[in-house]
Design a protein around this ligand. Structure first.
Ligand code: NAI
Length: 533
């Protein structure tokens, strides 16, 4: 017989967006659930909506009538906190206010048994601070679900300063039994996902502020080329700029004004104007179903005619091991005529995978502008952006040195189009967009490891399951090589003269080969909805 993790039903407090979802998850796994909300009508309404949604699923043949009915029967509305006395676990999903949560758990301590575990679904408050008011803070942890809780696989288990290892272990087993993916982290601002994801938004916002491209073009780069499930600006419109801005601002304050988390003034303008995104019909985009067909499109280079001159000679230099998909692309049968040889030149100062297309050097960006490199090598230079998969991506992003002749740049664009790619030609922007975003995601992830907040494995699992990244940032860094990430950030730091891009100490050690990350890391995950903040 399996020993139960705890005795008695599970209490869920707060029947809002998250509470009802968590109640459903627990009931689906066979637990009796007692649901309480200060607003009794809110519980009735939430249960009614759940019933309607589940019956629709049964009618659509997506769920079985008997299991659905049994699940709904397991959730009981209660009208007083005292009714929660027999519960073995209480999960709180009430309003996001420290005092309200502290008051609630203080009351529960006098109602429930000493063995009852307490969990908070807070997304921004300190678990340590909530547990401060308890006489047994060891039994309290964070259980951070993502929205919608029944669909999102990730649950962050947050360990406060006094949370016991036993509490963490029990919650981890419980979450696994619920067929969710648990990850463990210490109670720090943003936990894992909402902290590490900041640069995904911040770098796109900066590019927009610097007028590098339109929102549709920037989103297309990260989605179609970077491999992310949604573009960052589109995603912020979906999350709501009030919510997304508030999370960034709270991290900025929590980290004592660290420029890595500096909120964007352009996003603040949207908040001030009440252009909050999809829920207001306007954010970076206009969200009008009637105008669905007239959505702004990315700026793609016009397709060149077949009579356009093709390159005569192509040679590959630098280390291409980090770009296996690009190598596969270069091995297409139609390129056999060039007989491309991969020559790693040990004296190559750039060490970036580079194609010599006639007289033009086309290199993977590493944080310097094309013009800077062209000054140095006295040759025409172009750079391409990082991609999760250069072979399957429909778009490739390029920039060119101002020293190039238009013909030189055009020839390279035409060559990439002949490989079946749509080309986005950005201004000469250091580290383009996907590279700078991924480098900053890696940097943040390494800072989280360095400060013992979470393990490398849990970080990549969290980013793949919580926000559907195509590759965990750490697996991506490993694949690309830490030296490349370090050079990118050092070059960006030099270019802007800002501490925002300062490399994490662990990145320097990894790049020098003085330490290694434990393997294996989570590699990829199927695409789906993303609902982080
Ligand atoms: P919500 O506003 O939809 O629901 C909150 C519910 O709690 C309301 O029904 C309210 O009547 C009830 N409530 C307020 N004070 C109470 C009290 N003292 N005792 C009992 N019930 C009380 O809020 P939502 O979005 O469900 O968020 C709940 C918690 O989950 C917050 O801590 C939030 O930060 C967190 N969270 C929210 C996510 C989201 O996407 N909405 C995602 C992950 C976490």
């Amino acid at each position: 017989m399996i020993t139960p993790l705890f005795h008695g039903p599970i209490a869920v407090i707060g029947a809002g967006t998250m509470g009802i979802g968590i109640a459903q998850v627990a009931a689906q796994s066979g637990h009796s659930v007692l649901l309480f909300d200060v607003n009794g009508e809110a519980v009735g309404q939430a249960l009614e909506n759940l019933r309607t949604r589940q019956h629709q699923r049964v009618e659509a043949g997506k769920a079985e009538a008997s299991t659905t009915e049994a699940m709904l029967q397991r959730i009981t509305q209660v009208n007083s906190l005292h009714a929660l006395a027999p519960c073995g676990l209480v999960i709180e999903a009430i309003v996001e206010q420290l005092e309200a949560k502290q008051n609630l758990f203080q009351q529960l301590e006098s109602i429930c048994s000493n063995q009852t575990l307490f969990a908070s679904n807070t997304s921004s408050l300190s678990i340590t601070a909530i547990a401060r008011v308890l006489s047994v803070p060891q039994r309290m942890a964070g259980l951070h679900f993502f929205n919608p809780a029944p669909l999102m696989k990730l649950v962050e288990i947050v360990q406060g300063l006094d949370t016991s290892l036993q509490t963490v272990a029990t919650l981890k087993t419980l979450v696994t039994n619920w067929k969710k993916q648990p990850v463990v982290c210490r109670s720090t601002p943003g936990f894992i996902v909402n902290r590490i994801a900041r640069p995904f938004y911040a770098e796109a916002l900066r590019a927009l502020e610097e007028q590098i491209a339109t929102p549709a073009t920037l989103d297309a780069i990260l989605k179609e080329s970077g491999g992310f499930a949604m573009g960052p600006l589109q995603l912020m419109d979906l999350i709501g700029h009030d919510v997304n801005y508030a999370v960034t601002e709270s991290l900025f304050h929590a980290f004592h004004g660290d420029p890595r988390f500096q909120p964007s003034l352009q996003q603040k303008e949207l908040v001030d104007a009440d252009h909050l995104g999809r829920k207001r019909g306007r954010g970076f985009y206009v969200h009008d179903i009637k105008k669905k067909d007239t959505q702004p499109q990315p700026k793609i280079e016009p397709k060149q005619s077949k009579t356009q001159k093709q390159p005569v000679r192509i040679k590959a230099t630098g280390n291409w091991t980090a770009l296996p998909h690009f190598v596969a692309l270069l091995q297409k049968p139609e390129l056999q005529q060039y007989g491309i040889i991969f020559e790693e030149n040990k004296n190559d100062r750039f060490h970036s995978p580079t194609l010599q297309i006639d007289d033009v050097l086309l290199a993977l960006t590493k944080g310097r502008t094309c013009a800077q490199i062209a000054d140095e090598v006295r040759a025409p230079v172009m750079q391409f952006d990082l991609s999760a998969n250069h072979q399957t991506a429909s778009i490739i992003t390029l920039s060119a040195a101002c020293q190039n002749t238009p013909q030189q740049t055009t020839k390279v664009i035409g060559f990439l189009q002949s490989l079946g790619k749509q080309v986005i030609h950005l201004p000469d922007y250091p580290a383009l967009l996907t590279m700078r975003t991924v480098a900053m995601l890696c940097n943040e992830a390494l800072d989280v490891i360095n400060k013992s907040i979470a393990s490398a494995e849990d970080i990549d699992l969290a980013m793949c399951h919580g926000v559907n990244y195509p590759i965990g940032p750490l697996a991506w860094g490993e694949r690309l090589g830490w030296k490349h990430i370090l050079s990118t950030l050092e070059n960006l730091q030099k270019f802007y003269g800002e501490p925002r891009y300062r490399p994490a100490p662990l990145l320097r050690q990894l790049a020098a080969g003085h330490t290694q990350l434990p393997l294996p890391l989570a590699k990829s995950h199927k695409k789906g909805d993303i609902h982080a903040k």
